[in-house]
Write a protein that binds this ligand. Structure first.
Ligand SMILES: Cc1cc2nc3c(=O)[nH]c(=O)nc-3n(C[C@H](O)[C@H](O)[C@H](O)COP(=O)(O)O)c2cc1C
Length: 251
């Protein structure tokens, strides 16, 4: 689909080969935005994005979430400073890709051990991002004028993190459809190592904070499209004992 495609199919209708409809267009076009204008979105627009979150599906309709909007420039600056400080400390002990040979030799075993036990948090992608942040090459919150924190209620039904993901996705899609830019920021969880932020945001059992969404007007240069993997999808559409038909999804 090209960005300027103007012919859109109506909603609630399907015909093979038809152009994307407006909802599909929003899904396909949304990108993570990592450069924001200073001016925040109007409050009414933020409330509208929050409405999209409130209407998200959740297991057992438990709605295991709570939202916090941070617009205060002083608080945003402090959050950026503290997250960066923590990342610098972490990378001082763990970034085995930097420094002289001796440092690398000493840091590497500790780092590998850490990565082994906290694989998700220290996967090469967040590790690389944190290394960049520690070198002051990129900010944590991308200078966003508003952060929407999603607190997860651990008492939710089945898998509350899934519900949080679904509700966050509702927000980023709604924001994009309204002309705003967003970026999920998983690194916000690092602030939870500070008592002052846990207290300020009231994060204690049953709540925990793993993600937030940076939202605002994007700077003119939009982030480029990132590649998507081709998926090999198994289709079980014959008998009980028949093997699946494996189909390539995407090109
Ligand atoms: C749960 C979650 C956490 C993320 N955390 C960060 C983050 O801390 N910093 C960041 O710059 N991007 C973060 N992202 C954005 C991803 O890097 C981005 O979605 C991915 O590269 C795909 O690019 P796209 O969103 O432009 O399609 C996060 C995305 C998700 C879904």
């Amino acid at each position: 689909m090209t960005k300027n495609q103007v012919t859109l199919s109506p909603l609630g209708h399907y015909a093979e080969g038809m152009p994307w409809n407006p909802v599909e267009k929003v899904i396909m076009e949304r990108r993570s935005i990592r450069g924001f204008r200073k001016q925040p979105l109007p409050d009414a627009m933020i409330r509208r994005i929050l409405e999209a979150a409130r209407f998200a599906p959740s297991a057992g309709n438990a709605q295991p979430w709570k939202f916090i909007v941070v617009k205060s420039p002083e608080m945003l600056a402090e959050m950026e400073k503290d997250a960066r400080r923590f990342i610098k400390l972490l990378m001082f002990f763990l970034d085995y890709t930097r420094g002289g040979t001796l440092r690398r030799m000493l840091v590497r075993p500790l780092s590998k051990l850490f990565i082994r036990f906290r694989y998700n948090e220290f996967h090469p992608v967040p590790f690389g991002l944190m290394s960049q942040i520690a070198q002051d090459k990129t900010p944590v919150f991308h200078g966003a004028p508003t952060l929407i924190l999603i607190l997860e209620d651990r008492r939710g039904v089945s898998a509350p993190p899934t519900d949080v993901g679904v509700c966050g996705q509702n927000m980023v899609l709604a924001a994009h459809s309204l002309g705003a830019g967003t970026c999920w920021i998983g690194l916000v969880k690092l602030l939870m190592y500070y008592r002052k932020w846990r207290k300020r945001f009231g994060v204690k059992y049953p709540y925990q904070l793993n993600d937030c969404i940076a939202v605002g007007w994007q700077k003119p240069r939009a982030d480029r499209q990132v590649p998507r993997e081709v998926q090999m999808v198994s289709w079980f559409d014959k008998g009980l004992a028949d093997p699946p038909r494996v189909e390539q999804q995407g090109a």
